[in-house]
Write a protein that binds this ligand. Structure first.
Ligand code: SF4
Length: 328
C-alpha cells in the first residue's frame, strides 16, 4: 500500500505558486513616461519627478496589497454590468486617454449617460472600498459635503480619487463625472456625482507642468515633509535617508491635532507617576492594616473574608481577604 499523499503540503505548494505568479505580475513598474491621472492628486512634486527619474527607488506593492487590488479589478466589470442591466447606458469601458502637451495619461473605467445632466456620457469611476473606507465616504456624503471633503482624508490615498475624476472630466470636456463607490464586504454601493472644479483641475495641470519641467531638466525638487510622506516609499529610499521613523510611522502635522494629543500625552505621563505612587501607598496600607478592622481619624478600614473558587471550573475554594477603605 502506497503512502497517502501529503495533501496539506500539496495545497501549500499550489498556493505558493499562485502567489509567486501574482507577486511577479507587473514587477518593477518601470519609469513613468507620463503623469498619471490616478496619481496627480498626490500633492508632492518630488514624488512625481522621482517616479519618472528614479524608478529603481520605488518598490512595487507586496503580494498582500496586490490581492486587495485584485478585488477592485474583479468587481469593476460585474458592477458596471449591473448598472447597464438597470437601464443605464454605460460606454467606453477602459478607454485610454492621453494629453500629449501636458504628458498626462488616463485610463477611464467607463462613461455613463445621466439624462438629467447631459445627453453626452460623463466619466464614471468605480472604486472598491473596505468597510472603513466606505463608511468614511458615506459619512462625508451624508453630511452634505461635496467631494472636496475627500481632499482632507486622513488616509492620503483617498485624496487622489477626486483628482483622478476631475482630470477625466477635464480631458473629456465633461461638466460632471461620477463615482460608483462599492463596499466589498457588504456589496453596498452608492453614486457620487462631481461637478468639474476648473480651479482645482487647473492646479493639477500646473503640477503636471512643474513635473514635466523638472523631469526635462533632470532635477528632483527638494523634498519637503508633508502628510503624504508617511505612506511614501521614497521617504526611506531618497527623501529622508537615515531618518528611520520605523515602519508605518505616522507624523501628526495638523497643529491643532498635534497640540490636543500632546496635552493628553503630557497628562498621561503625569498620571503614570501618580499611579505608581498610588500603588506604593496601597502596599504600605495593606501591610499595616490588612486582616484587621481599624478606625484611623475619619477613615474606616475593614477586612472582609470570603470563599472563592480558584478557577471558575474548579470545585475547590480558597479563602480570600480584601481590605476596604472608606471615609467615615
Ligand atoms: S517622502 Fe514625502 S517628500 Fe519625499 S517624495 Fe514622498 S511624499 Fe514627497
Amino acid at each position: 500500500m502506497t503512502d497517502a499523499p501529503d495533501l496539506r503540503a500539496i495545497e501549500s505548494k499550489i498556493k505558493a505558486k499562485v502567489e509567486t505568479h501574482l507577486a511577479d505580475a507587473g514587477r518593477g513598474g518601470g519609469a513613468y513616461v507620463s503623469n498619471r491621472a490616478s496619481e496627480l492628486g498626490l500633492a508632492c512634486d518630488t514624488y512625481h519627478v522621482l517616479r519618472w527619474l528614479r524608478p529603481e527607488l520605488w518598490q512595487p506593492p507586496d503580494v498582500g496589497l496586490k490581492k486587495i487590488f485584485r478585488i477592485g479589478e474583479a468587481m469593476e466589470r460585474p458592477n458596471l454590468r449591473l448598472v447597464e442591466d438597470a437601464g443605464f447606458k454605460v460606454v467606453e469601458h477602459g478607454r485610454p486617454y492621453s494629453w500629449a502637451p501636458m504628458k498626462i495619461s488616463a485610463h477611464i473605467d467607463a462613461k455613463i449617460i445621466v439624462p438629467e445632466l447631459s445627453p453626452d456620457p460623463i466619466p464614471l469611476e468605480h472604486k472598491t472600498l473596505s468597510p472603513n473606507g466606505f463608511r468614511f465616504f458615506r459619512k462625508a456624503y451624508d453630511s452634505g459635503a461635496d467631494w472636496h471633503a475627500i481632499l482632507e482624508a486622513k488616509y492620503t490615498a483617498y485624496r487622489k480619487y477626486p483628482a483622478q475624476l476631475q482630470v477625466y472630466e477635464l480631458l473629456d470636456g465633461a461638466a460632471f463625472g461620477a463615482w460608483m463607490l462599492f463596499e466589498k464586504a457588504s456589496g453596498d454601493f452608492f453614486f457620487w456625482i462631481h461637478a468639474l472644479d476648473l480651479d482645482y483641475a487647473e492646479s493639477l495641470l500646473r503640477r503636471a507642468e512643474r513635473v514635466n519641467a523638472a523631469v526635462a531638466a533632470g532635477e528632483v525638487p527638494t523634498p519637503v515633509r508633508c502628510d503624504f510622506c508617511r505612506d511614501c516609499q521614497f521617504q526611506k529610499s531618497f527623501c529622508f535617508l537615515g531618518q528611520d521613523f520605523g515602519p508605518g510611522h505616522d507624523v501628526i502635522l495638523d497643529p491643532s491635532e498635534s497640540a490636543e494629543w500632546e496635552a493628553k500625552l503630557d497628562r498621561y505621563a503625569e498620571l503614570a507617576s501618580a499611579a505608581s505612587e498610588h500603588d506604593d501607598l496601597w502596599d504600605e496600607i495593606k501591610e499595616r492594616f490588612g486582616g484587621k478592622t481599624t478606625i484611623v481619624g475619619s477613615w474606616h478600614l475593614e477586612t472582609t473574608t470570603y470563599l472563592q473558587k480558584r478557577k471558575a471550573q474548579e470545585a475547590r475554594e480558597i479563602e480570600v481577604s480584601r481590605l476596604n477603605v472608606t471615609r467615615l
